[in-house]
Write a protein that binds this ligand. Sequence first.
Ligand code: NAP
Length: 303
Amino acid sequence: MSEKYDLIIIGAGPAGMTAALYASRSGLKTCIVESGAPGGKLLKTFHIENYPGIKEMGGAELAMVMFDQALAFGAEYKAGEVVKVNKDKSVELLDGTILESNCVLLATGTKERMLNIPGEQENVGKGVSFCAVCDGAFFRGKDVVVIGGGNSALEEAGFLTQFVNKLYIVIRRDQFRAEEKFQREVEENEKIEIIREHVPLEVLSDGKVTGIVLKNVKTGKTQTVDCSGIFPYVGSDPISDCVKDLGVCNEHGYVIVDRNMETAVKGVYAAGDVVDKQLRQVVTAVGEGALVAQQAYKEVKEK
Ligand code: NAP
């Protein structure tokens, strides 16, 4: 058993990194545990243009700057996967390590939802991709299909058009869910064709993706779109398994918090996309991270 922390932060996205910066700067013994690369969803975002103070910056670049700053005041960083948060605020890692803490922040974000259609899983990495920023360049001169009509789908579709020959956006209603700005951009982009009121049925492949079968939701008629790449952007699910036993999640797995980002278990907080809330943005995540650090500071000082 290692020395007890004041605050253990699970997840090094914008919320977690900001909490680490604020907590360590105020003198709390702070540790961030992250199972992947630091940066969270920023790493999969081509550019950020709605974070005040930064007119435009690559997502990965912003992640690196935030990470440097998060560790600048002495926060520790551990690579590892947290499998359980206990009521006593100890945290269990996949490798059996147990870390003790006064407070815990869950800032694990969300993971991309799959389409769950035949041919999808076996073609991940063979044409099916969940990260346009990571894989877009592999589809230079090719035709690709983006599924979904939210901000992620439309933003990443725009990014992909710098590489591809033609891009189809498939939405299941006749309307997008995304902000109007993104809608205007895709509607004005000559490389993009929008296929409305269709759902994906099957990914076709001969070892690599060759096409996708779509069904018209009104007529039931099917059609095949030939393509080399498929990018599903149909939303995401919270990563909250490690707090499942604490009974702090809603029916969809999002974590319920009060106005101080504290869950029903005292000393256990959540911030960022994993929280049950309306607006999921970098700017909201960082504010929540800062708030948690301040609450943790108060709690530790009271003790
Ligand atoms: P989202 O807003 O939930 O949109 C998901 C899209 O996928 C919707 O168009 C939905 O259709 C469609 N969909 C869901 N299940 C489907 C299925 N089985 N088959 C076909 N289509 C399906 O998800 P998101 O775009 O990932 O965004 C998540 C959050 O992050 C949002 O709060 C968003 O505002 C935020 N975000 C913000 C930015 C930004 O501000 N720059 C960028 C990215 C994400 P319906 O509309 O018919 O339900």
